[in-house]
Design a protein around this ligand. Structure first.
Ligand code: ZN
Length: 159
């Protein structure tokens, strides 16, 4: 069994797994409900939210609703939730995954030196404990990679 040999490898393995799982979920959703998705919102309330929240419906690229409460005529999603979901449709998620993979590749490319990895590890903390974006030690992963991983749920206890 191969054990990670550098501090970055745990983070990189986590990122690859998380991005791959995210891409697979987005492709599966796109297969059943093709992007782009749009939010169709209205002012009438759902039966289980505040009246001010309005209602929303996600519409796929085939102009089909993703969820219509079994055609009950009572919409269950708020306007805000439907707009949020449409902004994070499968195409948007795949663009984000591609961008993150490019950032990871750039981080390790020839001719580009990650500022957080460059030079000797050190932390210059201000009075509020905010450090510079650099490694705190040679045994710490790159903070740039850690920030990327945090977007996928990486936490201190995930190491
Ligand atoms: Zn770095």
């Amino acid at each position: 069994m191969n054990q990670p040999t550098t501090p970055d490898e745990n983070v990189l393995a986590f990122l690859d797994h998380a991005i791959t799982a995210t891409e697979e979920a987005a492709r599966a959703a796109h297969a059943t409900d093709p992007a782009p998705w749009e939010a169709a919102t209205g002012k009438s309330p759902t039966h289980d939210h505040d009246h001010d929240a309005g209602n929303g419906l996600l519409i796929n690229a085939a102009n089909e609703p993703l969820w219509d409460c079994e055609q009950s005529g009572t919409l269950c999603m708020t306007a805000a939730a439907s707009i949020h979901a449409a902004l994070h449709d499968p195409e948007a998620v795949l663009r984000r995954c591609t961008a993150d993979r490019k950032l990871i590749a750039l981080h390790h490319s020839d001719g580009f030196e990650c500022p957080a990895c460059a030079g000797e590890p050190w932390v210059d903390e201000d009075s509020e404990g905010n450090g510079e974006w650099t490694r705190s030690s040679i045994n710490a992963p790159c903070p740039t990679l850690v920030v990327l991983a945090e977007g996928y749920g990486w936490a201190e206890d995930a190491r």
